[in-house]
Each structure stands twice: as C-alpha cells, then as structure tokens.
Design a protein around this ligand. Structure first.
Ligand code: ACO
Length: 426
C-alpha cells in the first residue's frame, strides 16, 4: 500500500508521497513542495536530504553495515581484489573469469600516460601537494583522451583508462617530486603490484614485490572504493549534473576529497599522532583540545556523519594493521599512540555521548606507512581507491531519468534593497 505524509502549512494540507528503499529506508518526496506551498526545506550539509535513488552502496550507520551492490564489505575485503570490486561497482555484477581477464588486458594497455603529460609535472614547484597535481592531471586527460559518451563500449574503455592511468599519474607525481626517474608500468604485474613498483623501484635497489603488501593494498583500496553520497561523491554528482565531461567531474571529486574533514583526514591523523609522539602533546591534552569548543582542533579519524557506531572499514583496517606490521617486521610507534588514543576516547563521556567512533582514516595512515607510502601521498591513495565509486555514481546519475541539474535554493538573509552610492560619496 502506498504511504503518504501529511504536511500542514498556512492552514493548507499537503499530501506528500513516501518513497521506500529496498532496505526499508523511508523518504518524503518533496518535489512538489515549493510549487504547491511556496516553501522550501532548510538542511545545511544535507544531513536529512536524499539526493538520488541508488543501487550501488548500502550503509546503515546505526548498525555499522556497509555493502557494495549488496555484498558485505567484510566479504569483499577478505575475498575480492580491487579490480574485481571496481568491476562490481561500475557494472553492478561480479565479473566472470573472461570479463576479469579482458578488464586486466585493458588496464595494462591503458597504463602508460601520454609522454607530453610528463612535462606538466616537471613545471610544478617541488612542494606542490600531489592532490592538487592529481586533480589537474585528471582534468587534463580530457584533452588527450576525449571520451565518446554516446558509445557504451567506448565509455567502458574510458572508465578503465581512468582507473589505469590514475595510478601511473600518482606514482609519477611522487617520483618527479623526489627528483627520481619515472618508472613505467609493467605488463607482468597486477594492478596493485604495478603501482608499488612504479612508486618504489630503484636502479640501485630494485623493488621486490611482496605479496603481503600487495594484498594489504588491495584491501585498502577495496575499503575506499565507494561510500554512497559522501562529500566528494556528491561533488561528482553535482558537477556531473551540469553535463560536463567525466574527467572534469572526477577532477572535482578529487578536489573535494582533499579536505581534512573528508579524505584529507588520513594525513591529518598521522600529523596528530606525530604531534603526540614528537611534540610531547599528551593523550589527555589531545582529548581536552578536541572537546574544547573554543579550540578548532578535532580528534582526527573520529566521528562520521552516517556511522553512529564503529565504521566497519575501521575494524577491518585495524585488523589489517595488526597483521601486516608483524609480517613485515615493522614497528611503528604511532600504532601504540593510536591504540591508546582510541581507548581513551572510547571511555570518555564526550565521545560516548556523541557516538564518536574511529572512522576509516584512524588506522589507514598506519597501514599506508607500513607499505612505505609517504604521508603527503595518503589522500592520493584514497582517491585512487575511490575512483571506481565516483565512476559508478556518475554513470548511475547520467542514466537516471529523474536527475536534473543540481541547483539548490537558499534562504536569503541579506539587505533587502540598498542604494548604490558613487565612490566619491562613500
Ligand atoms: N572531535 C571532536 N568533536 C567532534 C568530532 C571530533 N572528531 N567529530 C564530531 N565532533 C562533535 C562536534 O563538535 C559536534 O559537537 P556539538 O554537537 O556539541 O556541536 C558533534 O560531535 C557532531 O559533529 P558534527 O561536526 O556536527 O558532525 P558532522 O556529521 O557534521 O561531521 C565529521 C562529521 C566531519 C566526520 C566530524 O566527525 C569530524 O570533523 N571528524 C574529524 C575529521 C575526520 O576524521 N574526517 C574523516 C571522516 S571519514 C571520511 O570522510 C573518509
């Protein structure tokens, strides 16, 4: 039976349809609200606003559930690879063996980047942040590899071209920033091993692929592959809704991800641990700063708009850190700080009362450090992982007959009418 919600405004009753998702989540369809009443809704940060119907990712923030296309994140982290998960997100199904092979062939074919693009890197100042470079390079790809939006097969190739080249571009940015020779992709290596090799191979010490690190990187990227309508994905959908090309759209997603409240949190978390480790900030002082409303400091890697319990990705990441560090015979003093900080925060009534738990970024930096990834590349690592999700969401958006250009309204609170005073009379 169809459900409705009733709204009474100015003595007038309005009947609004209720939409129900496949997991029982309900929404009030307010599309006719302004037209029929003259009112709009007010929801800064969109905490109560559904902006689309989606079949890609399901999250339950109260129960700590995350599924891609219905498959629990825990299962994918244990059994899948990043490439297989990317295929699942973008196409909606797990690949057959043939499809996976074909995907890998394309990923290999597309892995080098146009030699002229290399020149861009060389002109960046040495301290340029790799996220700024990556966003610009992805945007620039449009000029080198224009997409053919009306041909499905060509668009499928464009998705794979993006997924393949982003890792080459990221590794290249790192090498050039260090003044080191660029390492080209190798056809004999899988997606993750290829990235690690391009990052770390050296004429003096050739990079030895370690299967534990490769597996850890697969898991890391699977955990980041999608997260429904977060800040960067919303940026992708909003920018894409203007029908701009996919490269510019993904570039906007990368820019949105860069912020410390979003993907940039993984770098900010490590900076926070380092402050505790190097600058003598105690755990107690750190928590006090986070609780002080007059201090802009926040406990980085804690809290989430949707999760009001443990972020399931944080649980997997923490377990992975516990396994990979001993396997690689690495000790990281920051891990001990992370554990103590987590324990103290979880016992503190401020964090308990506000349901603030570790999010994916709390342990991800420690995992990346164990793999040898430098701190300023952390958010780039997140971006590579999130790319399949952005593509899947963009693809869903452009195919959705209900989608319109994103154009919210506002409540104007400025001066009603003002006289223009000529400059000499002001
Ligand atoms: N440290 C201290 N206090 C916090 C924290 C934190 N990390 N997170 C939330 N709070 C407090 C807020 O001050 C607020 O308190 P109030 O109700 O007394 O004003 C309350 O908890 C709710 O916080 P909001 O900022 O309103 O929650 P919102 O959903 O808007 O923000 C966010 C979520 C941005 C993730 C926030 O928890 C935060 O800043 N966390 C730290 C940054 C971080 O780890 N970001 C990564 C998120 S995961 C990701 O994007 C991949």
């Amino acid at each position: 039976m169809k459900e409705y919600a009733k709204l009474v405004i100015d003595g007038k009753e309005l009947t609004l349809p209720v939409i129900e998702g496949s997991q029982g989540e309900k929404a009030i369809d307010i599309r006719k609200l302004r037209q029929e009443t003259g009112y709009i809704t007010y929801d800064p940060g969109f905490g109560n606003t559904g902006t689309c119907r989606s079949t890609i990712t399901y999250m339950d923030g109260e129960k700590g559930i995350l599924r891609y296309r219905g498959i629990p994140i825990e299962v994918l982290a244990e059994r899948s690879t990043f490439v297989e998960t990317a295929f699942l997100l973008i196409t909606g199904k797990l690949p057959t063996r043939d499809e996976l092979t074909k995907t890998s062939v394309y990923l290999n074919d597309f892995s080098p980047i146009h030699e002229n693009m290399k020149a861009f890197y060389q002109n960046y100042p040495p301290k340029a942040h790799p996220m700024g470079i990556l966003s610009a390079m992805v945007n620039a790809m449009r000029s080198f590899y224009p997409e053919l939006i009306d041909i499905e097969e060509e668009m499928n190739k464009t998705y794979l071209r993006l997924i393949s080249k982003i890792r080459t571009m990221a590794a290249m940015a790192y090498r050039i920033s260090k003044g080191e020779r660029v390492v080209y992709p190798r056809p004999d290596l899988c997606y993750c091993a290829n990235f690690l090799n391009m990052m770390f191979d050296n004429v003096v010490i050739p990079y030895k692929v370690d299967e534990d690190v490769v597996r850890a990187l697969n898991v890391f990227w699977i955990l980041h592959a999608d997260h429904e309508q977060n800040c960067s994905t919303t940026a992708v959908r909003v920018v894409g809704s203007g029908k701009v090309n996919i490269y510019a759209t993904i570039s906007a997603g990368i820019s949105a991800l860069w912020g410390p409240l979003h993907g940039g949190a993984n770098q900010a978390v490590i900076n926070m641990f380092e402050r505790i480790h190097n600058d003598g900030l105690t755990i107690k002082e750190c928590l006090a700063k986070a609780k002080d409303k007059n201090d802009p400091f926040r406990l980085m890697g804690f809290g989430h708009r949707v999760y009001k319990t443990y972020d399931p990705r944080a649980i997997i990441m923490k377990k992975m850190v516990d396994v990979i560090l001993p396997k690689l015979k690495r000790r990281d003093p920051l891990l001990d700080i992370a554990r103590r900080l987590e324990e103290a925060a979880l016992e503190d009534s401020y964090f308990k009362d506000k349901n603030l738990y570790p999010n994916v970024d709390f342990y991800s930096g420690i995992a990346l450090r164990a793999m040898g990834i430098p701190t300023n590349m952390f958010t780039v690592m997140f971006a590579i992982g999130r790319l399949p999700g952005w593509i899947a969401q963009w693809k869903e958006d452009v195919a959705d007959p209900e989608m319109k250009i994103s154009r919210p309204r506002q409540i104007y609170t400025g001066t009603k009418l003002q006289e223009y005073i000529p400059i000499d009379e002001r």
